[in-house]
Design a protein around this ligand. Structure first.
Ligand code: SF4
Ligand code: SF4
Length: 311
């Protein structure tokens, strides 16, 4: 595929068809290495973007490099304009919008907060393995941090850098409320099952398929990138597949991501495994939302802080 490391697709360019401009290639391709050598021979220096991508073993800058758009793009404004780079920079700081399985923007029902406010806090804590803060707010472990749930204000905050910052992220808020309302006093079994073994497996087809294709596209040839993104999210490495991590979304909800790297014979593959107990706590839509959330956080590659959407 004649796409340059910068993301420009040479195969849809007339200059390429006419043979006046040769194909580029990714930072990990033979074509990319050949183009770099040609430029050095003919022009005396390679394209700095291609040279950097090759050195860092980055396939495509816009998809695979956490620094995109870096100074090499901004200083030369080649091949992208200032406006395009500014748009990329702005939108990369925003987490994807929280959506329901029907594709609608997610709204958190007020009744969930009301139901929790009317319940016995001690019963919720012992059933869900969470605790109460000194102010009587629920303190819910979430990935490698904590969510503080303020029942009076009906707001959540996330612990970050030794303090708390208010968080407006409907999917996180909804999952936290559902967990407090529905998690059962059932221990983690450590018996792992795939989506096909869930009682509600029929749910996870078509538009409700688990969000794994983008994980394969991004990390299928970049195990190290997968490890870095997983560890930034507090994932715990497990000895499965070529690389695998367990993400403890909430105390009773461990979710496992497994990745197999591609080679000449096999395509890369990603799989999610759940603890067999998950269906005691979460219905299919909450399981689907949990995987969406973790996949988005992995793709953004910067840990939970991207949930604030201000970089
Ligand atoms: S800008 Fe660089 S990486 Fe992009 S197509 Fe041109 S030579 Fe290749
Ligand atoms: S720093 Fe990243 S985005 Fe910039 S040229 Fe190198 S690989 Fe591409």
């Amino acid at each position: 595929m004649a796409t340059g490391a910068c993301g420009i697709n040479c195969s849809v360019c007339r200059l390429n068809l006419l043979g006046v401009c040769g194909s580029c290639g990714s930072g990990r391709s033979v074509e990319g290495a050949r183009k770099k050598a040609d430029m050095e021979r003919i022009l005396g220096a390679p394209c700095p973007i291609l040279a950097c991508a090759i050195e860092r073993e980055v396939e495509y800058c816009p998809r695979d490099c956490g620094e995109f758009p870096c100074s090499r793009f901004k200083e030369s404004l080649y091949p992208y304009s200032e406006g395009y780079l500014a748009m990329q920079e702005r939108r990369r700081k925003q987490p994807p919008k929280s959506r329901s399985p029907l594709g609608e923007l997610l709204k958190v029902p007020e009744e969930y907060w009301e139901e929790i406010s009317a319940a016995d806090p001690q019963e919720i804590c012992s059933r869900t393995l969470i605790s109460l803060s000194s102010q009587g707010e629920f303190l819910l472990p979430f990935l490698d941090t904590f969510i503080l749930m303020d029942l009076r204000e009906r707001k959540i905050s996330l612990q970050f850098g030794g303090g708390w910052r208010p968080l407006q992220h409907p999917l996180v808020e909804l999952l936290a409320l559902v967990y407090l309302l529905h998690a059962k006093d059932q221990p983690v079994t450590k018996r792992l099952i795939g989506v096909q073994e869930l009682k509600t497996s029929h749910f996870f087809t078509g538009p409700h398929e688990l969000k794994l294709k983008p994980i394969v596209e991004r990390f299928g040839n970049d195990l190290n990138g997968f490890r870095v993104a997983s560890e930034r999210l507090g994932g715990e490495s497990v000895a499965l597949a070529d690389a695998a991590y367990m993400f403890r979304l909430f105390p009773r909800i461990p979710i496992y991501y497994l990745l197999w790297q591609g080679d000449e014979e096999f395509r890369p593959e990603a799989k999610v495994l759940f603890d067999k107990s998950i269906e005691h706590h979460f219905a299919a839509d909450a399981i689907w939302g949990s995987v969406n959330l973790i996949s988005d956080l992995l793709l953004m590659g910067k840990g939970v802080e991207v949930l604030w959407g201000d970089g």
